[in-house]
Design a protein around this ligand. Structure first.
Ligand code: G6P
Length: 611
């Protein structure tokens, strides 16, 4: 949600920044801007994608080697040229880019207006720029002190970068709630919201924590708290590679990421699933495993697709480990004074590890004494660092806004956790545990078999390209998959889609079914098969168009469906790892036929760092 890039060094800053903004575009893409220091401070910004900004500066002869850039996901103020970042102070001495929300911006703006400040746009960010200017004028202090004083007056979240023409060759950055890291090169320093813009230059990074700032110049960087206490920060080594963040010949990142799932699921299990010993080893939680095993209940909190993975987790933990589970929308959790204490364990799930609501749930649960565990994809992300312990999904960078490989990796981790807990709690007999562990090791090959059907699914996708609505039905483990399938479709194709537990259809959605309604049923031969078949008959009786995701042995469903996508059979608890894949492919293909921007759907952002 908004991407920030900055550079100071010996390269042409505009090249590094534009390139970096393109890598961060999945975080927001309604407008973009750049501020370059070269004696003067030049700001260029415009509505639209980074490529629009690039067109404006491509022929400039600017040779600046210091600058900041931004790609925006609008919160306050519509996406237009004026509201694009960077924002000037009133005297046009400095320019500021910001990720996050200044919640008290309205009160600050009114106060500053009475002091003569004139605002050009509607953003909260412009208010922060003017606040810094006003403080420096009144306090007659140096610029860094003015920034510190201003940041103490604002409520909300920020990741900011500032360049000031009176402070040549330096950049000030600060964070509270919105991620920022420094990339440390040879005689050059990079700034970014995440590692993707800097990985081609350096693998050494310093993560800023909340309430920290850095003053960066040609001699190096100094990190301190916003209260001016100097800090010594650890330099981490990134394991990411440039290849991982490129499309590798695929037309879209989403398709690439769908096709990576054979490997990502295998990577996620590597070293953890010990088939020969009928054992699961989860090193990241080994030190807290006893507390988890003996917990009164598990509360899972997440947002979006990660929340759907959490729902699969509920079925897994309750069935395999007989552990009581509640699944919460992270955004709701802390607003109702949740009953949680040190007998409970909270498990948060987040691909990015930066989702603001999920992070807030972590802090709420920790403050009430619960053990907090995380399942994250991005190594070193805020949630990964703030949780007591956790398990990385190791799916590699996910760039497509619609999450695919992160979901299957999350479900893989949850499956392993549930089996391990089932064994440790004495609720899973050895034979079944062994069957599950062996079957998990076969999942990557089964995923590959499904991916081979991509072309065969094309006909279905073409046929339903212009359907205005879709209904998705599933039961048990595949109810969350139905929700996820509907979410994928609406996210990237803008078709209205609803996911429902199949039986619940009779309590409303059945009224929508007629000969025009595609109904996607996720119906494998599990313990709900008979009931699912009845639901299919109910849809057929109303002439709904049934697209079934079913398994090889399920001849009844294959016979009843107008279209059947057949996947390999597996054990019931593991079926979401397979059933979700045709749904990802279906939504991808439909979105492509509808000429939608698959990787950057309108209004969405990959990482939602505001509440
Ligand atoms: C956004 C993304 C979704 C993602 C959700 C939660 O809405 O577009 O793909 O599932 O945030 O993100 P997280 O990084 O916490 O998993």
């Amino acid at each position: 949600m908004c991407g920030i890039v900055g550079y100071i060094g010996h390269r042409k800053a505009s090249d590094v920044i534009i390139n970096g903004l393109k890598r961060l575009e999945y975080r927001g893409y309604d407008s973009a801007g750049i501020g370059l220091l070269n004696g003067e401070l030049n700001v260029t910004k415009c509505k639209g994608k980074v490529v629009e900004l690039e067109k404006r500066i491509i022929n400039s002869d600017d040779t600046s080697t210091v600058g900041i850039g931004h790609t925006r996901w609008a919160t306050h103020g519509e996406p237009n040229d004026v509201n694009a970042h960077p924002h000037w102070d009133g005297d046009q001495n400095f320019a500021l880019v910001h990720n996050g929300i200044i919640e008290n911006y309205d009160a600050l703006k009114k106060e500053l207006t009475t002091k003569g400040h004139i605002f050009l746009g509607q953003t909260d960010t412009e208010v922060l720029a003017h606040l810094i200017q006003e403080i420096q004028k009144v306090a007659k202090c140096d610029f860094v002190t003015a920034v510190q004083m201003a940041l103490k007056q604002v409520d909300g979240t920020f990741g900011i970068a500032i360049v000031n023409k009176n402070e040549a060759d330096s950049i000030i950055v600060a964070r509270k709630g919105s991620p920022l890291l420094l990339g440390i090169g040879d005689d050059e320093i990079f700034i970014a919201s995440d590692a993707s813009p800097i990985i081609e230059y350096t693998n050494k990074v310093v993560y800023l924590d909340d309430d920290e700032m850095a003053i960066i110049n040609r001699d190096g960087y100094q990190v301190k708290t916003i209260s001016n206490i100097e800090l010594s920060k650890e330099v981490h080594e990134l394991e990411m590679s440039v290849e991982q963040i490129e499309k590798a010949g695929y037309p879209h990142f989403m398709l690439k990421e769908i096709h990576e799932q054979k490997e990502t699921i295998a990577d996620c299990m590597r070293g953890r699933l010990v088939v020969s010993e009928n054992r699961i080893v989860l090193g990241g939680i080994s030190e807290v495993l006893d507390r988890l095993v003996n917990a009164r209940r598990l509360i899972i909190a997440a947002c979006g697709t990660s929340w759907h993975a959490g729902l699969v987790g509920e079925y897994l933990f309750e069935s395999l480990a007989k552990m009581p589970v509640e699944v919460e929308y992270a955004s709701e959790f802390r607003y109702r004074d949740p009953l949680i204490n040190s007998d409970d364990v909270m498990l948060v799930i987040s691909q990015s590890g930066e989702t603001a609501d999920t992070l807030a749930a972590v802090r709420e649960a920790k403050s009430k004494g619960a053990l907090v565990l995380g399942i994250c994809n991005v190594v070193g992300s805020t949630i990964a660092r703030e949780t007591d312990a956790g398990i990385y999904t190791h799916a590699g960078p996910e760039i497509g806004v619609a999450s695919t490989k992160a979901f299957t990796a999350q479900v893989t981790v949850l499956s392993m956790m549930a089996i391990l807990l089932g064994q440790r709690r004495g609720k899973l007999n050895d034979k079944y545990a062994s069957e599950l562990i062996q079957e998990m090791s076969r999942i990557p090959d089964k995923v590959e078999q499904i991916l081979k059907q991509t072309e065969a699914m094309d006909e279905i996708s073409r046929l339903f390209t212009y359907a205005p609505n879709f209904l998705y039905l599933g039961r048990s483990y595949n109810f969350p998959v139905a929700l996820e399938g509907a979410l994928k479709l609406k996210e990237i194709s803008y078709i209205h889609a609803e996911g429902y537990p199949a039986a619940e259809m009779k309590h409303g959605p059945i009224a929508l079914i007629d000969e025009h309604m595609p109904v996607v049923v996720v119906a494998v031969t599990d313990h709900t098969n008979e009931k699912m078949i009845s639901n299919i008959e109910e849809v057929r009786a109303r002439k709904g168009r049934i697209i079934a995701i079913t398994n090889e042995e399920n001849s009844d469903v294959q016979r009843l469906a107008e279209f059947a996508i057949t996947i390999p059979s597996t054990l019931d608890p593991l079926s979401p790892l397979l059933t979700v894949i045709p749904l990802q492919i279906l939504s991808y293909q439909i979105a492509v036929y509808r000429k939608c921007n698959v990787d950057q759907p309108r209004n969405l952002a990959k990482s939602v760092t505001v509440e």
